[in-house]
Design a protein around this ligand. Structure first.
Ligand code: C2O
Length: 344
């Protein structure tokens, strides 16, 4: 079975070992009985997602403006930042049931749903921001943490007077400090060139040596009606998770915002972190090896999620429609991939 979510069955977040149990968190989107199937917009201009550290002043102003509008919408509005953030909570803290399996809650992490779910999530987030400023070419920036100049938190997110700022981050991890892709609270991070070399090694290992098959890259199968699996793909495991924990505020109970699923979407940096994760999917498919291609199992291709689109319609999207970003109307700015030569 493919794994579709049951839109009529969204309840309060409850407990899963991987998620925080927040009793009063209601992550469900505004109810809507009319669900339509996604179709590709016609004649959409190509959106080019820039590396955040390279974006110019005009771009930053544009994103600030879009985020300002998004933050100013009433909480119940499907385009409000509060609703955008809640999507992440709804899909990890098991608010949704699966269609036809009333007792099986849905979680998009630790399996082959990880990459496609987040790709669709960013797609609508980006389209909505573009709509809010009347600019269909608007593309979200990616946090280029796999390249030295992109390793610190990008400046546009670290400016306290910007709507892209979030105060629930680790004070000791502010720019110009570079991220440690191997981060763990108990081990000191290397510094200088050693840190950069160590980060390259993480990237090479996770993208090349440990990702030789679709299953290793995307994560294990997770089908309709099955209980949650713990079979994360290489990049989801590392550095994806380490980046969340490195960014979140260690003085908050759950490492909010980025450090836990329920709150991660409240930090605008989340969407740029995931844009780079998403970019890795594109890069991985260009690496040598005949097995570096999308999963062909129809249970994966037909798995579905629900999102409010830029026209406030609730749409059902399938994984089969997100395997090609060009078809979705976007590409990533072409920047050097320095870790490709980092084989150890
Ligand atoms: Cu939905 Cu970065 O996790």
């Amino acid at each position: 079975f493919a794994a579709p979510v049951d839109a009529t069955k969204c309840g309060n977040a409850d407990t899963l070992p991987t998620c925080t149990n927040i009793k009063d968190a209601n992550c469900c989107p505004p109810p809507n009985p009319n669900i339509i199937d996604f179709t590709f917009p016609t004649n959409q201009p190509l959106r080019i997602r820039p590396a955040a550290q390279l974006a110019d002043k005009k771009y930053v102003e544009k994103y600030n403006k879009a985020m300002q509008i998004m933050r100013s919408l009433p909480k119940e509005h499907p385009h409000s930042f509060a609703q955008q953030a809640a999507i992440h909570c709804a899909y990890c803290d098991s608010s949704y049931e699966m269609v036809g399996f009333p007792n099986v809650k849905m979680d998009v992490h630790f399996s082959w749903l990880f990459f496609p779910f987040h790709r669709w999530y960013l797609y609508f987030y980006e389209k909505i921001l573009g709509k809010l400023i009347g600019d269909p070419t608007f593309a979200i920036p990616f946090w280029n943490w796999d390249s030295p100049d992109g390793m610190p938190i990008p400046a546009m997110f670290a400016n306290p007077s910007s709507p892209l700022y979030d105060k629930l981050r680790d004070d000791n991890h502010q720019p110009p400090l570079k991220i440690d892709l191997n981060y763990s609270k108990s081990n000191p991070s290397p510094v200088g060139n050693e840190l950069i070399e160590a980060n390259y090694k993480v990237m090479y290992t996770q993208m090349v040596s440990s990702s030789k098959t679709p299953e290793l890259f995307f994560g294990g199968a997770y089908r309709g009606g099955e209980p949650q699996v713990k079979a994360a793909g290489a990049i989801e495991n590392q550095p994806h998770t380490a980046l969340h924990i490195w960014t979140g505020d260690p003085n908050q109970k759950y490492g909010e915002d980025m450090g836990r699923f329920f709150s991660a979407g409240r930090d605008p940096l989340f969407y740029s972190h995931h844009a780079n994760v998403d970019r890795m999917w594109n890069i991985w498919k260009t690496l040598p090896g005949k097995n570096r291609k999308d999963i062909e199992d129809p249970d994966w291709l037909d798995s579905a999620f629900l999102f409010y689109d830029e026209n406030e319609k609730l749409v059902r999207v399938k994984i089969r429609d997100c395997v090609d970003t060009k078809k979705m109307g976007y590409v990533y700015q072409d920047v050097p991939v320095p870790w490709l030569g980092a084989r150890s």
